[in-house]
Ligand binder design. Sequence first.
Ligand SMILES: [Zn+2]
Length: 312
Amino acid sequence: MPAIPAIGDRTARYMDIPEAAKGPDVDPAKGYRLQDFGGGLYMITDNVYQSMFLVYDKGVVVVDAPPLYAAKIQQGIAEVTDKPITHLIYSHAHKDHIGGAKAIGGNPVIIAHAETARLLKRAADPDRPVPSVTFQDKYTLNVGGKKLELSYFGNAHEPGNIYIRAPEQKVLMVVDVIFPGWMPWRRFAVAQDVPAVFAQVEDIRKMKGWDTLVGGHVARTGTRADVDVQAEFYADLKKAAGGALATTKLGEGMDPKDQTNPWALFDNYIDRVALQCVNTLTPKWATRLGGYDAWIWDQCFAMEQSMRIEEG
Ligand SMILES: [Zn+2]
């Protein structure tokens, strides 16, 4: 079984990235790559973040502007068209996905969920202008015969995080929920509602009308099989944490003096639950998901907490 360093221990070297987690190379001279989905729709990525743009007869619709490469989005668009950016869609309010909104240039109409507008008003961040067009449940952007369907299914990752579907290209973009080939970012991608994230993974699995998934992160797009793998990993994680919660006893092996300190009792208990959870998952998953060793402790801690205090 691969050794996962204990919490707080720095590893000399992280585990190798499995082939299934890798994607096409990015030209280091450009710093981004384009992926053509057909019908004017492209993904632009630096193999860490992913965003899209849609070219129509009079302009370009940009979906997200990660600050890491936002200044190059114009250059990427210029590879395929000289039309101006007319619209910008925010998947959600997080700065790491839309903090380059100003850097893409132009003066686009900005579209986002009403909750995203609320969060951005509060943030008052000049790099993330407040959207001028908002919606609650659904919004279809029709431009020159091309379509993007935006829908909201409630809070999971963050309030206002929407699904963006390009029906013609059968592309579904849902950011920070599915991580093709990779361990999800720590604590279920810092989910604000863990049970809702589990439900969204199932919903995406069952949702018809898409073949390619843009997850907002990692080196490649996703397939339906990638969503199945993530659902299987989450099911195993829940089983492992549930098993550990059921068999671990509060205070076992502790100095009697510490038994009157409730924080110490739970620190000790939760650590032992997480340890059992990690050790249960490692044989099957350590070599299957990119970055497993980076975040498995975080996932077990988040799963333990969610199951102990959120579920019935
Ligand atoms: Zn996010």
